[in-house]
Design a protein around this ligand. Structure first.
Ligand SMILES: Cc1cc2nc3c(=O)[nH]c(=O)nc-3n(C[C@H](O)[C@H](O)[C@H](O)COP(=O)(O)OP(=O)(O)OC[C@H]3O[C@@H](n4cnc5c(N)ncnc54)[C@H](O)[C@@H]3O)c2cc1C
Ligand SMILES: *[C@@H]1O[C@H](CO)[C@@H](O)[C@H](O)[C@H]1NC(C)=O
Ligand SMILES: *[C@@H]1O[C@H](CO)[C@@H](O)[C@H](O)[C@H]1NC(C)=O
Length: 293
C-alpha cells in the first residue's frame, strides 16, 4: 500500500458521492438504533481496540489505525482531546501514555494516531511491534481544549515533531467547517525535511484555504530543494508573524521540552499551565494569550 493511498483512504473517507451516501446512512441508522454510538464515554473504562493497520510515515514515526467498538461508532472525542493508552508489561507494571488522534471526530469505525518511536520508549516500542488484530487498551477522552467555531479571529499554532498532533486536530476541525472563519498560522519545526509529519495533509489544507491558513515550516537540516525556513523557530520570526497580544488571538504550543523552553516555558503540570516565559513572554504575550498542550 502506498503512503499516499493509505493516508487518503483513512483520513478522508468521505470523498465522493458513494462516501457521502454511506456516511449519511451510517448517521441515520446510528441515530435510530443507538443514540450514543460513541466508543469512548469518559466513564473510566479501559476499552481494547484492535489494530487494523499501521505504516511508517518517517524514519521514526508510524501511523496507526485502530478499530472502534463497532463499525457504526464514532470515537466520542471532541477537538482537541487525547486518549490514554495502556500496556501491561510482562512483570505486570502498567505503562500509561496519552496520545492525540489525528482522525476526524466524526469518522466511523476507526480512530487513527501518529506515534513517534523512541529507541528506549516503553509504550512507543511496544505499539511499534504490534501486528494487525493485536489490541491496545485505551481510556478517555481527556479534553485539552474544547474548540468552538470562531472562538478567536486568529490562532497561531507553534509545534515541533510529533507535537503536531493536537495542532493538526485544531487545523483540521477549523478548516473542515465552512462557517469557521478563524485565521490559522502554523509554525512547525522538524529535524529535517524527511521528518516533517503529515506534510501532505498539511499542504492540502493550506492549498485549499489560501486566504485562511498559512504554514511556515522550519527544519534544522535543510536539503538543496528546500523552500521553507532553516533553523529553529526564532523570536524575531514570531515577532514579525504573530498577531499582537489581544483577546482576539490565541497561541497554541505543542512540542518537545526544548521547544516549550524556548518559546513559551513549560507547563507546571497537566492542570497548571504555568507562567509564559521564553520568546512569547519577551514579545509581550502572557497566560491569557497562550495555551500549552
Ligand atoms: C497530552 C499529550 C498528548 C500526546 N500525544 C502524542 C501523540 O499524538 N503522538 C506521540 O508520538 N506522542 C504523544 N505524546 C507523548 C507520549 O505520551 C509519550 O510520552 C511518548 O510516546 C513516549 O512514551 P514512551 O513510553 O514510548 O517512552 P518513555 O519510556 O516514556 O521514554 C521516552 C523517551 O525519553 C527517554 N527517557 C525516559 N525517561 C527519561 C528520563 N528520566 N530522562 C531522560 N530521558 C528519558 C527515553 O529514553 C525515550 O527516548 C503526548 C503527550 C502528551 C502529554
Ligand atoms: C519502517 O521503518 C523502520 C525503521 O526505519 C524500518 O526498519 C522498517 O523496515 C520500515 N518498514 C517498512 C514496511 O518500510
Ligand atoms: C484479523 O481478523 C480478521 C477477522 O477476524 C481476519 O479476517 C484477518 O485475517 C485477521 N488478520 C490477521 C493479520 O491476522
Amino acid at each position: 500500500m502506498s503512503l499516499a493511498r493509505a493516508s487518503s483512504k483513512y483520513l478522508f473517507p468521505a470523498v465522493g458521492a458513494v462516501g457521502a451516501i454511506g456516511l449519511g446512512w451510517h448517521f441515520y441508522s446510528s441515530r435510530i438504533y443507538n443514540d450514543t454510538a460513541k466508543t469512548f464515554k469518559d466513564n473510566g473504562e479501559w476499552i481494547d481496540l484492535k489494530l487494523k493497520d499501521s505504516w511508517n510515515i518517517s524514519a521514526n514515526t508510524k501511523h496507526y489505525v485502530f478499530e472502534l467498538n463497532s463499525p457504526e461508532d464514532v470515537s466520542g472525542l471532541v477537538t482537541a482531546s487525547c486518549l490514554l493508552a495502556k500496556y501491561v508489561t510482562p512483570k505486570g507494571n502498567n505503562v500509561i501514555r496519552p496520545y492525540t488522534p489525528v482522525s476526524d471526530v466524526n469518522q466511523k469505525g476507526t480512530i487513527e494516531f501518529i506515534i513517534k518511536t523512541y529507541p528506549e520508549g516503553k509504550f512507543s516500542k511496544y505499539v511499534y511491534d504490534l501486528k494487525p488484530n493485536d489490541t491496545v487498551s485505551f481510556k478517555g477522552p481527556i479534553v485539552k481544549w474544547k474548540w468552538e467555531p470562531n472562538q478567536f479571529k486568529h490562532i497561531s499554532l507553534i509545534g515541533g515533531g510529533s507535537g503536531i498532533t493536537p495542532l493538526y486536530q485544531l487545523l483540521h476541525e477549523i478548516t473542515k467547517n465552512p462557517e469557521d472563519n478563524t485565521k490559522v498560522d502554523l509554525f512547525y519545526g522538524s529535524l529535517s525535511t524527511q521528518d516533517i509529519l503529515m506534510k501532505k495533509e498539511l499542504d492540502k489544507i493550506a492549498a485549499e484555504h489560501k486566504d485562511q491558513v498559512n504554514i511556515h515550516y522550519f527544519v534544522d537540516k535543510s536539503s538543496d530543494d528546500w523552500t521553507g525556513h532553516t533553523g529553529h523557530i526564532t523570536k524575531d520570526f514570531l515577532k514579525e508573524n504573530l498577531p499582537a497580544p489581544s483577546a482576539d488571538a490565541k497561541i497554541f504550543v505543542c512540542g518537545p521540552p526544548p521547544l516549550y523552553k524556548a518559546i513559551s516555558g513549560p507547563k507546571n503540570s497537566p492542570t497548571d499551565q504555568g507562567e509564559v516565559t521564553g520568546a512569547l513572554a519577551d514579545l509581550g504575550y502572557s497566560k491569557e494569550h497562550v495555551f500549552k498542550f
